[in-house]
Design a protein around this ligand. Structure first.
Ligand code: NAD
Length: 434
């Protein structure tokens, strides 16, 4: 508690100087981006070591983080606000001001990028930050923040506080903390929202997902299946935006199931440091057991076509990716986030059923549609209740494009101008000249 109070007090103290020096903010953020790029190998090694994702994914995570800083460094100098004369001859100035000290609470699965995608727009907006990493992945964040300091970000502008749920909860309920950027599970997201209610603290919630991939009969089936399986196995399926359900039009259902099984069986599970590996381990033994419980449920109430068991030759929380058919939409397999390499394939007849199935879970983060018919892509895409709908692709993420969830996947948007406004408040000055 003492650490939380001290960090928040220091962050508050730094607010005025940091928020009033846009050029200095932009320069420090650009230098930080340079430093991340220069140190990408070491940082990627740290991420691989603590998360277990493969090196190529860790590498991309660092480069996307550098890009977020670079993009938002430009945004730091943008003048935002408006002014106008009103009917009674008074003048109104509408200005955007930084929301205040902000807490960043980060999960373990993509630690550096999930911090920086929110932190970069927040720093551009002029806020100061207290960061709480997951106890499962503290080192890469610690190193990232050290690089920021060396690049010129003042130490009290971005502080890191290590700790567990209690540290996070103290931060959220600290009255000086005016906003919380939380990425994590739905249950903890709910607790954060409840705690934030006490002082009306602003919340950005980026929560779980249940990504769907809707494959129509006229799609390039090979590409659609390959990308869907990649999306299911990325970071061992421990991604909010992972593909968890492939919905295939009935006329191509058997073909899609066959191709999904073939591509899934070809995934090489192993040491994430080995360049030949496609998928590393899960984060812990406990999480492996949790994912296997879902596979057992699928064995009882549906059909497991391949995978779902640990490879005999590997020591650690490894799991072969699983493909499942015959699930009912009301099953826990569809309604809950599994957060592992488990992919269901379900048939649909016509666009209406495709939309109903895609919207059947409480989550609303991401979806992909695969079709050569642009009218269909537009029609179906606009009815899917997810914050992002990709057409003929999976996984496009850009610093300038907003990202976030509908329904239980969250509140607010990260990235883009929406991501920056999240960290501002509005002050109106209304002046009647004498
Ligand atoms: P988690 O919710 O268990 O923990 C996230 C963070 O919150 C950790 O730092 C944890 O220490 C902290 N925390 C725990 N209890 C708290 C409390 N009461 N108050 C404040 N902080 C608290 O999540 P996790 O297991 O680390 O990460 C996996 C989850 O994150 C999945 O549900 C996944 O879908 C989600 N996620 C979402 C996105 C997105 O962009 N929407 C991205 C990645 C991960």
């Amino acid at each position: 508690m003492h650490d939380v109070n001290l960090a928040v007090a220091r962050a508050q103290e730094e607010m005025r100087a940091w928020s009033s020096a846009a050029s200095a903010r932009a320069a420090a953020m650009t230098a930080w981006a340079d430093a991340l790029e220069a140190d990408v190998d070491r940082l990627a090694d740290l991420i691989v070591g603590e998360v277990g994702k493969i090196r190529a994914e860790a590498h991309r995570e660092v480069l996307l983080s550098a890009d977020a800083l670079r993009y938002n460094a430009g945004e730091a100098r943008r003048l935002d606000g408006r002014a106008g004369r009103l009917d009674d001859s008074s003048l109104a100035f509408v200005e955007r001001v930084p929301v205040g000290v902000t807490a960043f609470i980060v999960p373990w699965n993509t630690p550096v990028l999930l911090l920086v995608r929110d932190l970069a727009p927040a720093l551009a907006a002029g806020v100061t930050a207290v960061v709480k990493p997951s106890p499962l992945a503290p080192l890469s964040i610690e190193h990232t923040i050290r690089l920021g300091r060396d690049a010129g970000v003042p130490p009290d502008v971005v502080q890191v506080l290590h700790g567990d749920a209690r540290t996070g909860a103290h931060l959220v309920s600290h009255p000086t903390v005016r906003a919380v950027a939380f990425t994590g599970s739905v249950e903890v997201g709910r607790a954060v929202l409840r705690a934030a209610a006490a002082d009306f603290t602003r919340v950005l919630l980026e929560l779980g997902g249940k990504g769907v991939s809707v494959i129509h009969h006229d799609a390039d089936i090979d590409v659609a299946v390959r990308e869907s399986v990649r999306g299911a196995c990325f970071t061992s399926g421990q991604m909010c935006m992972a593909v968890t359900r492939v919905l295939a039009e009935r006329s191509i259902f058997e073909e899609v199931v066959g191709a999904v099984v073939e591509h899934t069986r070809a995934v090489t599970v192993g040491d994430p440091r080995d360049p030949a590996t496609d998928m590393g381990p899960l984060i812990t033994n406990a999480h492996q057991a949790r994912v296997q419980d879902y596979v057992e449920l699928a064995r009882r109430e549906a059909r497991v076509l391949c995978g779902g068991d640990p490879p005999a030759d590997l020591d650690g929380p490894y799991l072969r990716p699983a493909v499942i058919t015959g699930v009912r939409p009301e099953s826990r397999l569809v309604q809950e986030e599994i957060f592992g390499p488990v992919l269901m394939v379900e048939p649909f007849d016509g666009d209406t059923e495709a939309v109903a199935l895609a919207n059947a879970s409480p989550f609303g983060l991401t979806a992909s549609i695969w079709t050569r018919d642009l009218d269909r892509a537009w029609r179906v895409g606009r009815q899917i209740d997810t914050g992002t709908v990709w057409i003929n692709r999976f996984g496009g993420l850009y610093a300038e494009v907003p990202f976030g969830g509908m329904k239980s996947s969250g509140l607010g948007r990260t990235r883009g101008s929406e991501g920056l406004r999240q960290f501002t408040d509005v002050r109106v000055l209304n002046w009647r000249p004498a």
